[in-house]
Design a protein around this ligand. Structure first.
Ligand code: NZQ
Ligand code: ZN
Length: 387
């Protein structure tokens, strides 16, 4: 076990109709609320009207149209402006990871006098942030139970992760029913994202049997529930367990005491979605098996054997090298079984900018210091193998 300090101050409020607790959660935080959301999905499922009804005693301002892969210049700055103009007390994010992430950056930017990008890029440390409450509508990122957000700046092809304890939501309302309408594409991408979050924590140098067991249980639950959610989108039990899996998957609790891995697949994927605005979970599904192949060697072999035998039930009496090969194949087949496009070309990425992206990743993501280090050449080879 490595030394750690663990604290998650976020209250998870799970269950059907848990939305009714919203006024009680918001009341102690203030009266002026900035309600943030994405496109039309929350209106289509009646959630927008429900939230407005519950907030009738509050002073509500709105920021809609937050994009998937939320953008700094439009959404973050737009939200910060509203908060400053109207002296907002609390931000209420209703949506998926993109809405939550954008809202976290808004919470920090609202109480900072300078350019919020300085906070997001760690030039300046935020001293305070507005409180955030959220109603989650898409299980995937775990943003509802972590202190990170990922913000894109299209002009510079940047997509950066910003983590600060100030960004933990005060409370997250998790009603599986609000995820019934998530289309197959985003259910599958969400599953791939959460599974990859756990892979990023499992494939590391120092790990305990406790952490391994928690990670393996969560991945198995994600696989089982994803299959059911794709088949029966309104299955409450499966949507519910899947939601909680996703919340835990990015919160560090599953890998408590593990040494860091450097989150290499995320480092690579963030460039793909910064340059081509693709769906995060699809990018991860494409990259993960190619990354596995690149890092497989005698130092990493044990993790492949453990993952393959525990997750896929590969025969543990086979030679280790064979188990590792099968583990990579099974990982690929798993994402393919979710009907995720497994080649970059299928999501609109060709060879033209691979070199530029590999360079951007090598300069910005620190993957040469990852558990299984990657040079710029390695990153380029992973991208080429993903075409
Ligand atoms: O915009 P609307 O109309 O809401 O539609 C969204 C969007 O088109 C739709 N959707 C959401 N809830 C729905 C729904 N459609 C029907 N019914 C519902 N109930 O789904 C689409 C995708 O939404 P988005 O929020 O972009 O997806 P996701 O939750 O996967 O978030 C992705 C973003 O999170 C970042 C990613 O990089 C990406 O920018 N990440 C955040 C992390 C974190 N904060 O810890 C970690 C992750 O690794 C990830 O990087
Ligand atoms: Zn992710």
């Amino acid at each position: 076990m490595k030394d750690f300090t663990y604290c998650t101050p976020t209250k998870l409020i799970f269950g059907k109709d848990s939305i009714n607790k919203l006024p009680g959660v918001l009341r102690p935080l203030g009266k002026r609320v900035l309600l943030t959301y994405g496109g039309n999905s929350i209106k289509r499922i009646g959630l927008y009207d429900e939230v407005k009804r519950l907030l009738k005693d509050f002073e509500v301002y709105e920021l809609g149209n937050i994009e998937p892969n939320p953008k700094y210049t439009t959404s973050v700055l737009g939200g910060v402006r509203i908060c400053k103009e109207h002296d907002i007390d609390v931000v209420l994010a209703v949506g998926g990871g993109s809405v939550l992430d954008c809202s976290k950056a808004i919470c920090a930017g609202a109480l900072y006098d300078g350019e919020p990008w300085d906070l997001i890029t760690y030039k300046v440390k935020a001293k305070k942030a507005l409180p955030l409450v959220d109603v989650l509508t898409l299980a995937a990122t775990g943003s509802e139970y972590d202190s990170g957000c990922v913000i894109s700046r299209t002009e510079t092809n940047d997509k950066v992760g910003y983590i600060d304890e100030l960004l933990f939501p005060v409370a997250s309302i998790l009603d599986p029913c609000y995820t019934f309408s998530v289309p197959k594409k985003h259910t599958a991408a969400g599953a791939a994202d959460a599974i990859n979050h756990i892979i990023e924590q499992y494939f590391c140098k120092e790990h305990s049997s406790l952490a391994d067991g928690m990670c393996e249980a969560a991945i198995k639950s994600l696989i089982k529930c994803a299959e059911i959610c794709l088949r029966e989108p309104e299955n409450y039990e499966a949507r519910g367990e899947f939601m909680v899996d996703c919340s835990l998957a990015c919160n560090k609790i599953l890998s408590i005491g593990n040494s860091p891995s450097g989150w290499p697949c995320h480092g690579i994927e963030h460039a793909l979605s910064a340059y081509y605005d693709i769906t995060h979970g699809e990018g991860l599904a494409i990259i993960t098996p190619r990354w596995m192949r690149k890092i497989l060697n005698e130092n990493t072999l044990e993790r492949f054997v453990s993952f393959g035998t525990h997750i896929f039930g590969i025969d543990s009496t086979l030679p280790e090298a064979e188990i590792a090969e099968k583990t990579i194949e099974e990982t690929y087949k798993l994402f393919e079984s979710f009907k995720i496009p497994m080649h970059l070309r299928e999501v609109g990425i060709d060879e033209k900018r691979l070199g530029e992206m590999a360079h951007h990743i090598a300069v910005n993501e620190g993957l040469d210091r990852a558990w299984a280090p990657l040079s710029e050449k390695d990153i380029l080879e992973i991208l080429e193998a993903s075409l």
